[in-house]
Design a protein around this ligand. Sequence first.
Ligand code: 5GP
Length: 206
Amino acid sequence: MIPEVFIQFDPSDKHDRKGCFFVLSGPSGVGKNTLVNLILKEMRGIYYVPSVTTRAMRPGESQMNPYAFVSVEQFEDMIEKEQFLEWKKIHNNSYYGTHMPTILFAIDNGYDIITDMDVLGCQDAILRIPERIYTIFVLPPSMDELSNRLLERDADTAAVKQRLERVPLELGHKDRYDFTMINDNLEQSVNELRSIIQSVVEQRSE
Ligand code: 5GP
């Protein structure tokens, strides 16, 4: 089961201000996880908060990487106990949600965090904690490139089709984000994301 706060923060990463909460959105397959993993390797003091999901683990994934994988019963129990900042049923009716206790602990204790959410969940999160949230939308270079990336990572063509069907909904929300970026060249995208994060944290003093 999910512990109360599921990240062990290193006290030396604590800031004398509230933590900044970065949210990445963008169509499935656009490369959000790859970008975040590279950013975590390069930047000290920023933590990835795994979302909670009921979807099946893919090859190469493990518990907490990139999700906290739970059963439907566990997820619904967490909804009842109000443990989510937001949650949605996405694709094939799997649940995805953001673990409220971990997010609030990080913000209140001065730790900077990053996670990803679909566009609808992101709107809910902005309404609930507008002061500390910084939203970044990641665009694919093209639809062809996006479907190639999805097909490369998932042999299940029905699942890929489902993810592609959701793309127009996701893209329709991009103008509501604080920042938008195109994930074309990975190295450039990592640099861009790092600049966004640095510019935000350097401006925050409280
Ligand atoms: P995938 O199954 O491809 O990993 O992710 C499917 C979708 O779920 C992506 O659009 C991703 O941004 C979204 N997602 C991941 N975590 C969360 C979450 O905690 N809340 C919401 N609302 N969406 C999420």
